[in-house]
Design a protein around this ligand. Structure first.
Ligand code: SAM
Length: 289
């Protein structure tokens, strides 16, 4: 039985190892059983699954995952937590801890070694300082992943699930929409962690698409358009895109493309859906780029 997941036990483990949470690694340990069960349920973890956990910390969520999954591979950057994890996970023979930076580790090699190349589920209470790079690495690397269930800052969760027109809509919303179907699972208050983060949190479930929802000739070019549009979100698309030399387009070419698509030539990026960015990308590439 998982015994972590409450404040008293978490404090006891930290005291036993004379440790405190490290801010530089984004350490906020979960202490709420309902939230922990909710994460495992949302991820739909079964004995058939191999789960990649990012940042096991002192092993709290890892214990819950180990109870439900066939295998858990936990990647932790902080080497001082490795002896703690050996202790808190000693009852489980289906957990492997890897002391590495998740942004550097070869996830494909992990999937091959521990799951015979079959898709894994990623489940994590993410370190908030690198949420976006982690999500982008998971998706852009193209490794076989079935779903990603993660605790993130509430504000980031909103950006992941929002559509055009909302103030939270931006390049992260579009990247997530391109790779996955996103669903917000639950809001989590700061009191569910030790130490308490300064912001609210939320769990999101990202079910990876089997094939991309839009067809685009050059994915990289489309994402460069998206990044440019939202880096200067107060500017019109024709101004922002023509200011980025790597896109190789003029103001007129952008305006013509928008008009051809039936969109106001003074439109900003925030009104375009993913399918429209794909169309704009294809038109601009053939008109000038
Ligand atoms: N899973 C634990 C829990 O829910 O209580 C801890 C979550 S804590 C928010 C984030 C964890 O990610 C910490 O253990 C931290 O050391 C680890 N971490 C931070 N940066 C990392 C990185 N680049 N690679 C792997 N782990 C990292």
């Amino acid at each position: 039985m998982a015994y972590l997941g409450n404040g008293a036990k978490t404090k006891e483990v930290l005291a036993k190892y004379n440790m405190s949470a490290k801010k530089k690694f984004g350490q906020n340990f979960l202490i709420n059983e309902i939230v922990l069960d909710g994460i495992v349920d949302a991820a739909g973890v079964t004995r058939d699954d191999c789960v990649l956990e990012i940042g096991p910390g002192i092993g709290t969520l890892t214990q819950y995952l180990a109870e439900s999954a066939g295998r858990v591979i936990a990647v932790e950057i902080d080497k001082t937590l490795i002896p703690v994890l050996e202790d808190t996970l000693s009852e489980y023979d289906n957990v492997t801890v890897i002391n590495e930076d998740v942004l550097k580790v070869d996830i494909e090699a992990i999937v091959n070694e521990y799951n015979g190349g079959r898709p894994i589920k990623v489940v994590a209470n993410l370190p908030y300082y690198i949420t976006t790079p982690i999500i982008m690495k998971l998706f852009e690397s193209g490794v076989p992943i079935e779903s990603v269930t993660v605790m993130v800052q509430k504000e980031v969760a909103d950006r992941m699930v929002m559509g055009p027109g909302s103030k939270d809509y931006g390049s992260l919303s579009l990247a997530v929409a391109y790779y996955a179907e996103a669903q917000s699972v639950m809001d989590v208050s700061p009191s569910c962690f030790i130490p308490q983060p300064g912001v609210g949190s939320a769990v999101v479930y990202l079910k990876k698409h089997e094939c991309a929802p839009v067809q685009v000739k050059d994915e990289k070019y489309m994402f460069e358009i998206i990044r440019t549009a939202f880096n200067q979100r107060r500017k019109t698309l024709s101004n922002s895109l023509s200011n980025n030399p790597s896109l190789r387009v003029t103001r007129d070419q952008v305006q013509d493309a928008l008009v051809k698509m039936g969109i106001d030539e003074k439109a900003r990026g925030e009104v375009l859906a993913l399918s429209q960015f794909a169309e704009l990308s294809d038109i601009l590439q053939s008109s000038g780029a």
